[in-house]
Design a protein around this ligand. Structure first.
Ligand code: MLT
Length: 233
């Protein structure tokens, strides 16, 4: 599903949904767990994030890439250092990523995907024995290249496992995109609109990090109102 605006057409209550927002929300979430965060509480609404902050919680929040004045820090994966996040619950609100998580919340399960946990996520999904919907957080409901490309990377892994098949044209399109980005995915993605948006605010130092696969074996999974990290293997 290339956009949250299309999600209702794909929704299946018995399926597992993987939410992806490569630049930067789901890469930041995976980094937070990699660096020892206890839980991440995704909130869509800024007033809700502000209320959590008033109660003394650690809050990471941005809109259009810019850190919000009441937040402790923004959405760069590099903000989620072990010193800041270890053993902490983090309330988290972003332009597109946290909205997509909420949109998928009524599915059988919701997992968070990025290059950082690509192989672990693929193994975890194989163990669920369920249909998978890959939900791109995109940009304000518009197609985004980096999420569609990652959908291709994950689809390839799942299809190569032999446990999945597809008749979905979105999957075929994402696989073709993934193929055309080879051999240098990092170079390919420099044309993405989100790269330009981040660059405008001097926030594009994360592109290579966010496209470096298999940095963690943790798969963040939604349990009630919060994400918990499940270690694979
Ligand atoms: C989002 O959730 O829209 C993004 O991750 C935006 C960002 O790069 O901060």
């Amino acid at each position: 599903c290339f956009s949250p605006a299309l999600y209702d057409l794909y929704h299946r209550p018995e399926a597992v949904v993987v939410v992806i927002d490569v630049l930067r929300a789901t890469s930041a979430i995976c980094t937070a767990f990699m660096n020892g965060a206890k839980h991440i509480i995704p909130v869509g609404d800024l007033e809700e994030a502000r209320a959590w902050k008033a109660k003394g919680h650690l809050v990471a929040a941005e809109r259009d890439g810019i850190v919000l004045d009441f937040a402790d820090f923004g959405n760069s994966p590099f903000n989620f250092t072990p010193e800041r996040v270890q053993q902490h619950d983090i309330v988290y609100s972003t332009t597109n990523g946290t909205k997509a998580i909420h949109k998928a919340a009524s599915a059988y399960a919701v997992a968070i995907g990025s290059y950082l946990n690509l192989s672990a996520l693929s193994f975890w999904l194989q163990e669920q024995h369920r249909d998978v919907i890959i939900l791109c957080a995109a940009w304000k409901d518009k197609f985004s290249l980096e999420d569609a490309l990652f959908a291709g990377a994950l689809s390839k892994k799942l299809l190569d496992s032999g446990l999945f098949t597809t008749i979905c044209d979105s999957v075929h399109a994402s696989l073709d995109l993934w193929k055309s980005a080879q051999p240098n995915v990092y170079r390919y993605i420099l044309k993405a609109a989100q790269k330009q948006r981040l660059a405008k605010n001097g926030l594009d130092d994360v592109i290579e990090f966010c496209h470096t696969p298999d940095q963690t074996s943790i798969v963040p999974v939604l349990k009630g109102d919060r994400l918990v990290g499940e270690t694979v293997g």
